[in-house]
Design a protein around this ligand. Structure first.
Ligand SMILES: Cc1cc2nc3c(=O)[nH]c(=O)nc-3n(C[C@H](O)[C@H](O)[C@H](O)COP(=O)(O)OP(=O)(O)OC[C@H]3O[C@@H](n4cnc5c(N)ncnc54)[C@H](O)[C@@H]3O)c2cc1C
Length: 476
């Protein structure tokens, strides 16, 4: 096609730097911010005619290279963000895919509903959340977000708009959710939320002296918990390997909270904008910065473990505060500057999880590369094509990366991959920075990858949708 036969023209903006959330990948590309379906369609035609690659981006909260592209156009969906039906009748909300989890819960909570599945941050969009099929601290009982989606409309790169649900275009429903933004664009999404009877949760902290104790607590308590999350002190050694602090949380039953109307108000969910009434939240990471080295993090992790030993009394905590604790220190990732960070999250089936995780923690210690923040969760299987979940447990490890340590961290990740393969585990693309094709094929199987690629050929025949992650794992 020559320039005279192009049917669509768009004035591309100047290139700008776009980073992965963990700041370890950067690209310089033009970024378009459509607000309507017609604008998204136009971008597809523009890119197809000029053979350009397009990567969708929501809130940019994927830790690695999932929503960036080195050579192409980034389509930032965050301005396509209207709530179409926010009445919340029977807990159902319909929204454009650029609506964030924050806007979703803020729309719902005063009507007595809360999103059934949220990530540890409220800044992802619905489109990004579906593309990765996010899980929460309640994955063991609620499954991933995809299970709560009633329907969505989906724009394919050829310009077709498909209605998808568990019964209509079922194969696309189960593949686009978890589909890494590689099959088309989520447009309007209908989600069913969970009824709540209080703006607060009943939270109990429990210190566990090692990894066995953490597994034991999860096994004995998951059936009576609505949420469970473990923070692991990855510096603990020997008989203290995997010691940590669990936060168990439960919904408050109907009629048990006399202050429901008051504490479900959005203003009462948000934490104060200043710490101790003085320090603006946005400065808080500066106070954490002096601890951002091995010794400092050893102290911080130990203090966290001890805090649960000192007091294991239950307390009430707002839904937002419990779910999005990390958001209350805006830009906490800057403690890794001038370097960056990656997260390495593994999912191991329950029969192999304890030994596999011990091997992982021990191996990190042997190599002298220890995670500053390690999080433990329980999971169940789901039916989505590129599912990351297993009937088992996950361990998410945050590693600092500097120019001098980068190769060593990647080498460590490759070594840990072998432990995950031996234990029949899985990985999560939203967190990934290091996975190689040979490992992905072993873990997700060539059959599943083949099915996904066939669907991509059908929906995106010119292969205009691409991200650096998809290129690294599925095309290299
Ligand atoms: C502090 C922190 C805590 C987190 N905690 C959790 C957690 O507890 N559980 C969990 O599961 N995840 C967690 N995450 C990861 C995060 O939830 C996922 O990476 C999520 O996908 C981010 O959504 P996003 O809108 O930022 O999407 P992006 O990261 O911008 O993009 C993610 C994917 O979605 C695609 N995409 C975006 N919009 C569309 C669209 N409209 N149509 C089609 N494709 C689209 C992109 O191409 C990309 O492949 C956490 C991340 C952070 C930073």
């Amino acid at each position: 096609m020559t320039s005279s036969t192009f049917t669509v023209d768009i004035k591309l903006p100047e290139t700008e730097e776009v980073q992965s959330w963990g700041m370890s990948h950067s690209v310089y590309v033009p970024v378009l911010k459509p607000t309507t379906i017609d604008e998204i369609k136009k971008i597809f035609i523009y890119a197809t005619e000029r053979k350009l690659k397009v990567a969708f981006r929501g809130g940019g909260c994927s830790y690695g290279d999932a929503s960036i592209i080195d050579d192409g156009i980034i389509v930032d969906m965050s301005d396509y963000n209207h709530i179409i039906d926010g009445e919340c009748k029977d807990g159902i909300i319909k929204a454009e895919s650029g609506v964030t989890i924050q806007k979703l819960w803020e729309t719902a909570i005063e009507k007595g509903y809360w999103p059934p599945v949220v990530s540890g941050t409220m800044f992802p969009t619905l489109g990004g959340a579906l593309s990765m099929n996010i899980h929460g601290k309640n994955n063991f009982c609620m499954g991933p977000i995809g299970e709560h989606i009633q329907a969505f409309t989906f724009l394919t790169p050829t310009g077709e708009i498909l209605n998808c649900s568990k019964t209509e275009n079922k194969d696309i429903f189960y593949s686009a959710i978890s589909g890494l933004g590689m099959l088309g664009c989520f447009l309007e999404i209908t989600i069913k939320l969970k009824k709540i009877h209080s703006g607060k949760l009943e939270v109990t902290p429990i210190s566990t002296s090692n990894l066995e104790a953490m597994f034991d607590y999860f096994d004995k308590n998951y059936q009576t918990s609505d949420y469970l999350v473990g923070w692991i002190d990855a510096f603990g050694r020997g008989s203290s390997l995997g010691r940590g602090l669990i936060h168990k949380a439960n919904y408050i039953e109907e009629g048990k909270d006399p202050h429901f109307l008051e504490n479900r108000k959005v203003v009462n969910q948000h934490l104060p904008s200043r710490f101790f009434g003085i320090i603006p939240k946005s400065w808080m990471w500066l106070f954490m910065y002096p601890f951002s080295h091995k010794l400092g993090m050893r102290l911080v992790n130990y203090a966290k473990f001890l805090s649960g030993k000192i007091s294991s009394k239950s307390y009430k905590q707002g839904h937002a505060e419990y779910a999005f604790l990390l958001d209350y220190v805006p830009n906490w990732k800057y403690i890794y500057k001038p370097g960056s960070m990656i997260q390495y999250q593994v999912f191991l089936p329950k029969e192999n999880a304890l030994n596999g995780m011990k091997d992982i923690l021990n191996h990190c210690q042997t190599k002298g590369i220890i995670s500053y923040l390690a999080v433990f969760k329980k999971h169940r299987k789901d039916n989505f094509l590129l599912s990351h979940s297993v009937d088992g447990f996950s361990l998410a490890l945050d590693f600092p990366v500097s120019e001098s340590s980068r190769n060593k961290v990647w080498e460590l990740a490759y070594e840990l991959d072998n432990i995950v393969i031996q234990n029949k585990g899985k990985f999560y693309f939203a967190k990934d920075s290091t996975l190689r094709p040979v490992v992905a094929e072993k873990i997700f199987t060539s059959e599943v990858i083949g099915t996904f690629k066939k669907l991509k050929d059908k929906l995106d025949p010119q292969h205009i949708l691409l991200t650096d992650l998809y290129h690294r794992i599925f095309l290299s």
